[in-house]
Each structure stands twice: as structure tokens, then as C-alpha cells.
Design a protein around this ligand. Structure first.
Ligand SMILES: [Zn+2]
Length: 273
């Protein structure tokens, strides 16, 4: 009995010590900033964005969003939009020039995370050759296939495909900085390796960035599946998982393409904390 008690006491002390260590370490500050990555010039065709003939009259003009996640002294860019001047929807100022306004350089970006391989998310990825590329394994496999399918453009990823840069193909989820504050959430279906992002902010609380899980609020609410998605069943399962995570964490959901969500983050150069 005595032996049990003393063992218990040791256990309690050890736990207390672990507790003290955890308390004295200040967690790194995490912030989230939105970059302008382009503005749609005309409404999208709603018939392409769902396969159930929903809302044929809907007129939605989408926007294009990229983000900066700061984690202490480390940084990640999330999505890279169109290249400057690539088309009428493309941004006028590059992400690197927007970083300059924050006194940061491309080389300081430890990671460049890509939600998926579509052209409006990868246009400026080559501006971050020193960053470790975090991309869904399904998308990476599509980009590195001997004969990439139509709509899969490996050119912007030449630096990583040639072995010139580090790449971590993500199989489902990834705890980016190892402390749970920034997590890639696998949400395949739009493309084989599509992924979303969860950022836990101290003041604002958890924020979830959709990638292109849904392009606008009506489609998010109605579980709409664009006709050009690679897998309908996967898309529905991903929307279900994403919504359950958002509900359980009471997260702010930001649909990256929906300009009605712009007000959910402070305007550049300010950051949500
Ligand atoms: Zn998109």
C-alpha cells in the first residue's frame, strides 16, 4: 500500500512538472493575412458549379484569395492565385510585392501550401522556390504523371518536380508547425488531392479556409458539386467532414472565392490574430 502511495506521489509530481514546463513556454503568435490574388470580371455560370440544376438564376462574381500564415518567426503562404497579368481576372500586384509591404521576402516563407492544382491557385507558386511545397498527394501524383490529364499544368511546379525544391505530398492531414495551430485538412473531390486549411487564432478563434471545397455560400449550404470535380462522392464526404469540424470547433468558415466573405478578415495589410 505504502509503495503504491509513493509511486502515485511520484506520478503526481511528474505531472506537475510537465504542467509547469508547458505553462512557461509562450506559444508562438499565429496570425492570418489575406492577399488580393485577383478579382472576377463577370458572374460565373452557375450551371458549371453544381450538377443538380440548382439556382439557375444566381449571379455570383467570385474573387481570388491567397493568404499568409505567421507562426512565430515562421511563415506559410496558402494558395498563390493567378500570375500577375495572366488574364483579366488576375491580380495587379504579386504576392511577393504584397509581402514587401509587410517587410517580408519570398525566401522567408518556410512553406507554400496549395489547396489544389487549378490555375487560379498556382499562378505564383514559382515565386517561392526555396519554400517547402505542401500539396495533396493526389494532386502531386497528377502533376508528376507521365501524361498529365487535361487541365493539370505542371509547368509552375518545375522547381519541385525537377528536385530543385523540397516537396511534402500530404496524404490526408498535416499539422504544419507541430502544435495543432495550423492544420491542412484533406478534402479531396474537387481534385484528387484537394485540401483545406484550419488556422487557430488566439483572439478570433479557429478559422477554416475552404480552398475550392465550395466556391460560394449557396453551394456550401446546399452541398453543391461542380460538374468539373474529379470525384462526386469524395466531394460530398469532404464537405460533410469540413462542416462537422467547423461546427465542433465553432470555426469561422471563409470561402476563398466568395467576395461576401472578405469582411471576415481585416483588410490587407492588417492581420487577424
Ligand atoms: Zn479556384
Amino acid at each position: 500500500m505504502l509503495r503504491t502511495l509513493s509511486l502515485l506521489a511520484i506520478g503526481v509530481c511528474a505531472n506537475a512538472l510537465v504542467g509547469v514546463t508547458a505553462w512557461t513556454q509562450t506559444p508562438p503568435e499565429v496570425t492570418l493575412t489575406r492577399f488580393d490574388c485577383g478579382i472576377g470580371q463577370s458572374p460565373i455560370d452557375p450551371a458549371r458549379f453544381n450538377d443538380t440544376f440548382a439556382f439557375p438564376e444566381l449571379k455570383v462574381t467570385i474573387t481570388f484569395s491567397c493568404y499568409l500564415v505567421k507562426h512565430g518567426t515562421e511563415y506559410m503562404v496558402w494558395d498563390t492565385g493567378f500570375a500577375v497579368g495572366a488574364n483579366p481576372n488576375a491580380p495587379k500586384v504579386s504576392i511577393v510585392d504584397q509581402l514587401k509591404q509587410l517587410n517580408l521576402t519570398a525566401d522567408q516563407m518556410k512553406y507554400v501550401g496549395i489547396s489544389h492544382y487549378h490555375g487560379d491557385h498556382i499562378g505564383q507558386v514559382s515565386l517561392f522556390p526555396k519554400s517547402t511545397l505542401l500539396i495533396g498527394k493526389g494532386d502531386w501524383d497528377a502533376l508528376t504523371a507521365a501524361k498529365p490529364a487535361a487541365g493539370v499544368n505542371p509547368a509552375p511546379f518545375a522547381n519541385w518536380i525537377s528536385g530543385g525544391g523540397k516537396v511534402e505530398p500530404v496524404t490526408l492531414d498535416k499539422d504544419v508547425f507541430g502544435d495543432g495551430t495550423v492544420m491542412i485538412i484533406g478534402t479531396p473531390g474537387h481534385t484528387p488531392g484537394h485540401q483545406s486549411l484550419l488556422v487557430r487564432l488566439k483572439e478570433k478563434g479557429p478559422v477554416m479556409l475552404t480552398g475550392d471545397l465550395s466556391h460560394f455560400q449557396e453551394n456550401y449550404d446546399g452541398n453543391g458539386v461542380p460538374i468539373f470535380n474529379t470525384d462526386r462522392a469524395q466531394t460530398l464526404a469532404s464537405i460533410d467532414r469540413f462542416k462537422k469540424i467547423a461546427a465542433n470547433l465553432k470555426a469561422t468558415v471563409i470561402i476563398q472565392h466568395d467576395q461576401r466573405d472578405l469582411g471576415k478578415l481585416p483588410a490587407f495589410p492588417a492581420a487577424a490574430k
